[in-house]
Design a protein. Structure first.
Length: 161
């Protein structure tokens, strides 16, 4: 083979080798994004808007009433040093009538072990939770409605903050 032919062959193969080296990864984290902004996409395995509480509230001495709490939107932001900020909006429906929107907001610190985040609030005393990250999705089980029902909130990665 001539040197010219070898040079042409190398020039042809170099871009292919570059693309293959950039796209292949053996890392288990290659499909995960552990930091950035995540948007709420479901609650209790239902697409938003999703009911996270639906029940009769017995109030004494007032009459009982039917309460429905619906998660409508939210976000979870996590930075590289483990600081998180969480925000979830819920609509309250009392006896079938819209009664207002509550925004639950929190912030604190998370430590990561594999795909688990152990988070502790620095805003609301005594609030701690565990989150799971898999395939750029964060899943958190919490009672954000305040009615004793732990709902599973799932957030999908949307941006790098």
């Amino acid at each position: 083979m001539t040197i010219r032919l070898l040079a042409r062959l190398a020039a042809l193969l170099m871009p292919i080798a570059f693309v293959l080296s950039c796209s292949s990864s053996t890392s288990a984290d290659s499909d995960n994004r552990f930091t950035g902004k995540f948007s709420l996409v479901s609650a209790d395995e239902q697409a938003l808007p999703a009911t996270v509480f639906d029940g009769i509230i017995t109030a004494d001495p007032s009459p009982s009433f039917h309460l429905r709490i619906i998660a409508t939107s939210g976000s979870f932001t996590l930075n590289a040093v483990g600081h998180y900020e969480q925000r979830v909006e819920h609509d309250a429906i009392i006896d079938g009538a819209f009664n207002g929107r509550l925004t639950r907001a929190d912030r604190g610190e998370c430590s990561r072990a594999g795909t688990q985040l152990q988070c502790s609030s620095s805003f609301i005393q005594g609030v701690e939770f565990t989150a799971t990250i898999a395939a750029s999705k964060i899943t958190i089980a919490q009672d954000l409605s305040g009615e004793g029902h732990v709902a599973t909130y799932r957030y999908d990665w949307t941006s790098a903050q």
